[in-house]
Ligand binder design. Structure first.
Ligand code: 6R9
Length: 574
């Protein structure tokens, strides 16, 4: 089985499927989704109530909401227990005088407490700011300063990276860990939670009130605080149903960290709004550990990222065969383009087609997807969901016909779109520069059946001898070569061709760099893709620079190449 099988399955389903899709788009209305929540009657709402408390007062009360494990802990919590624990967190924060609209940051490893606190912050109407635990001092400072955070929850190990002296607005440092390691003015999380009541009043807010701030790096300047509101839950709930396809008996695992938007929108909100059992695994990535997690909890729906799938692919088929992964019924990916080679491999070893989904921190939730009710096309990010209109625009805002590459844009608004960039209205306006559209910064084209094909970030698109080349296409071909584990492709300035294609490559286990191998890889791309898309230069690297969410940072490759400063690296993995 391989390529052919996937494409044959897709072809057979095609006719029925297209009609289904058009029909679903026609019938769709966001207000039908809104009616699933209590604000439909009261005008007020709270996402944490809808995700947890609502289930805790229903027949789902004693259902497991959270299975947590890491190398030392192994715990499960029901919806009722989560309700109580998040109430304690809410009360603890309230006692400090924290309330609606205040920014409260979380800077700690993935543990159950992180989830209690995040829900507690939301319950009191405050705005959560989750940070990756690997952030260093400058990254922490920039985000806390920009947002004017009043409190941070962290650990004894990480507290040293919170530069209090430079953060006059930061009033409370709450530390989760051993009391002996705390400074005098720190608040001990364990004690404060133990003293707090497990009953709390919910702060009922407007759908347009603040929920969460996710800082994300652009290609230039400081990180941007992407501001989301409670109403986003409409889209979290909806996409949890139709894209994640969550059913009452599912055991769902999203591997993303809450420091990344995927770890909140789809690691917290979508599954719990749908009353699903959510698996959280702490600790570091290892193929054995991940497969063991699927086997142990009998995970049915699994949402991860191309970089993880590529690492699993690199670990080989033998690793898969040692585990029983037969519980899996739906697998999804986000964060970067999903190489067709990875889909074929996944289909062979997991007996699952990996469903690519496209969205961004700024969009708050999934927009263009391969979802269960439609065929997937390997290499395409899918089609716009019902309720979402996407198009390819030229730089003047004209809608381009199928097969033309341009700006991937989404018609505004949709429920989960960011409402602002914190402290930076000009930045927000850049996304909205064409009336009625959100400009994503990605380049893509649409095929004749309405499937969208990602080409790169606008600034990553290569122009070589007048031909536009999407780096992803080249990278995907490169990873099909048996020696290539990962590849990052950039345009290198060239006096004759404008740009030439340069590939940075890390090799799979058992391969050594050599000139013969370079030639073989170049020939492989020439023959498999096209001559103009073949790299003129190849450089082998042990590792490629990646963000914590797994995106290959092409701008860092480019800066290396041009010996330029690399810009803000706070989201770089190592
Ligand atoms: C959720 C998330 C957004 C950028 C986006 C695009 C890239 C995400 C993708 C994809 C190709 C996909 N991206 N999903 N590219 N195919 N399915 O990833 O948010 O971290 O803000 O990144 O990631 O370039 O513009 P974020």
């Amino acid at each position: 089985m391989g390529k052919d099988t996937i494409e044959v399955i897709a072809a057979e389903a095609k006719q029925a499927n297209m009609m289904d899709y058009e029909q679903a788009r026609k019938e769709f209305d966001w207000s039908d989704v809104e009616k699933r929540f209590s604000w439909h009657e009261t005008g007020k709402v709270n996402l944490a109530y809808e995700a947890i408390d609502r289930h805790a007062t229903s027949e789902l009360k004693d259902k497991i909401a959270l299975h947590y494990s890491d190398p030392v802990r192994d715990e499960s919590y029901t919806f009722e227990q989560l309700r109580r624990e998040s109430n304690k967190a809410a009360n603890m924060l309230r006692k400090l005088g924290i309330g609606k609209g205040d920014r409260v940051f979380i800077f700690m490893p993935r543990t159950p407490e992180l989830y209690f606190i995040l829900l507690g912050i939301i319950k009191i109407g405050a705005i959560a700011g989750p940070l990756f635990e690997a952030f260093m001092e400058t990254a922490v400072r920039d985000r806390l300063q920009d947002s004017g955070a009043v409190a941070i929850v962290t650990t004894p190990k990480l507290v040293g990276r919170v530069p209090e002296a430079e953060l006059p607005e930061l009033k409370h440092i709450i530390v989760y860990g051993d009391e002996a390691e705390l400074a005098e003015h720190h608040i001990h999380l364990g004690n404060a939670m133990a003293e707090a009541s497990d009953e709390a009043d919910i702060e009922w807010v407007d759908g347009e009130d603040g929920l969460i701030l996710h800082y994300t790096s652009g290609s230039t300047g400081k990180p941007k605080g992407v501001y989301h509101v409670h109403r986003a839950m409409v889209q979290h709930e909806y996409t949890g149903r139709i894209v994640l396809d969550l059913q009452p008996d599912d055991i769902y695992w999203c591997t993303a960290d809450p420091g990344w938007v995927t770890g909140t929108s789809y690691g917290i909100f979508a599954p719990w709004l749908n009353g699903a059992t959510n698996v959280i695994r702490g600790g570091r990535f290892s193929p054995q550990d991940w497969y063991e997690t699927i086997q142990r909890y009998k995970v049915t729906v699994w949402y991860s990222a191309p970089t993880a799938f590529r690492m699993l692919m690199g670990a080989g088929d033998e690793a898969v065969q040692q585990y029983d992964l037969s519980s899996l019924r739906h697998v999804l990916s986000v964060g970067e383009p999903l190489n067709p080679e990875v889909i074929r491999w996944g289909y062979r070893v997991y007996k699952q087609r990996i469903h690519d989904t496209w969205w961004m921190t700024e969009t708050g939730a999934q927009l263009i997807c391969n979802y269960p009710r439609m065929d997937i096309r390997p290499g395409s990010m899918g089609r716009p969901l019902p309720g979402i209109e996407a198009a390819i625009l030229d730089d003047q805002g004209n809608v381009l016909p199928p097969l033309r590459m341009g700006n991937l844009a989404i018609k505004t608004p949709w429920p989960s779109i960011m409402r602002k960039i914190w402290n930076n209205p000009a930045k927000f306006e850049e996304y909205m520069r064409i009336d009625g559209w959100y400009i994503s910064g990605d380049s893509a084209y649409m095929d004749e059946d309405g499937y969208f094909w990602f080409q790169g970030r606008i600034d990553d698109v290569i122009n070589t001898s007048g031909e536009r080349v999407g780096p992803f296409e080249v990278e995907s071909k490169l990873v099909e070569h048996p020696a290539v584990a990962e590849a990052g492709v950039i345009g290198k300035p060239d006096p004759v061709r404008g740009e030439v294609i340069k590939a940075f490559i890390s090799l799979r286990e058992g391969y050594e760099p050599s000139d013969e191998l370079k030639q073989d890889i170049t020939r492989f791309v020439k023959e498999g893709l096209s001559a103009h898309a073949a790299p003129r230069e190849i450089e082998f690297k042990d590792k490629l620079p990646k963000t914590r969410s797994g995106k290959i940072m092409r701008r860092v490759l480019k800066a290396w190449e041009l010996e330029l400063p690399t810009g803000d690296l706070s989201t770089l993995e190592d």
